[in-house]
Design a protein around this ligand. Sequence first.
Ligand code: BGP
Length: 467
Amino acid sequence: MNFPEKFLWGGAVAANQLEGAYNEDGKGLSIQDVLPHGLKGPRTDVPTEDNLKLKGIDFYHRYKEDIRMFAEMGFKVFRTSIAWSRIFPHGDEEEPNEKGLQFYDDLFDTCRQYGIEPMVTISHYETPLYLAEKYHGWTNRKLIDFYLRYAKTIFTRYKDKVKYWLTFNEINSILESPFMSGGIPASKEELSEADLYQAIHHELVASALATKLGHEINPEFQIGCMVLAMPIYPLTPDPSDVICSMEQNQRNEMFLAVQARGEYPGYAKRYFQDHRIHIHMEDGDEQALRNTVDFISFSYYVSVCATADPKKNKRGEGNLLGGVPNPYLKSSEWGWQIDPQGLRYVLNDFWDKYQKPLFIVENGLGAADELVELPDGTKTVNDDYRIDYMREHLKQVGEAIADGVPVMGYTSWGCIDLVSASTAEMRKRYGFIYVDRNNDGSGTLERYRKKSFYWYQHVIKTNGREL
Ligand code: BGP
């Protein structure tokens, strides 16, 4: 496989899923601190002990050791998020929390020491809880100002340390999870489509204005959008299924179209009209949206199908969006269907439509690993299944590059084991590094190199020539 010379190999995480230290050094509560069971269970009023994220994998205190291990694998880039509530504990303060800023100074300095380029997600499912409770999250236009104040603070502070920025993690997942994704304290069923799309509009304006602001602060910044990419294939060649899949794809992809092209596409305007959705726009919003991103980043785990036939329209497991299972594909232990070729498809599709460089910022296999002891006493995980998964996906990235798609890099999800987002458990592991922590909260937090650690190290060393 021929990967470009400067290809950015690395791994990705999110603050709330690994840092822990949920109330240290002035950090405020985030929505994750009251979601002990992820999307699968109810919210609590206050943080409760069964919430594994409160301690995470204690990255807040152990990041130096962890980054050293990433460097040992040869990472060129490390994607993490800044926990918004470390910088602005409530979200609406005038002044930031210095101790929170200091933590990320140290973290980025450590990355740079090892020649690892940090990539920062500004908002990764961790809106300050106060903004959710007091302002009803992104349904409130005031969130645009709070977000921009936060963005300005971190852009200015880290302008010489961070070059790559992503505005919102999986921005389109708000369609399914308004609370986790948009800080809106309501379920999908409770929220009207008018309020949902108003919140989306606020996020899109915020993302565009942050892109503009970032470029003013440092013209060298590379600022990307981040979407959940999930091709929706027609379940059969019946033209009604084809149109059904087209419309469902458009619903997810509208976010990308606005951020990459700078305006709402025709199909979105039609959708708003047909569904009597009136988005309240203020003067200057349309102009603001024209600040398009420098590149497109996305997560890719699954593909699904769509059908116009109500009898066959049965939703399967998998990812935050989801759809009808594909009869040709196998699933992971958590029911997520595995489709390496779908990644080549997405890369080609996005490049053809938007003509912006692409970055795969999440991909990987969540599996229950078994820690075993080798004769020499060291412990490891023989995760050949993870290696197979990643090899097959990387082959397809190579195919897309051969198709002429400009791919900037690849950061595998959860490069070190962390708490899962949808189910908030430790048992579902993605890492090259095993962390001794279990669903019941027990464990020493020791780190162990899995077999995939050495495999990925070799992939990076050979720049993907040997997978
Ligand atoms: C994406 C999120 C991540 C992440 C990943 C895996 O949707 O951006 O935060 O966790 O999916 O999902 P899970 O942790 O539920 O297995």
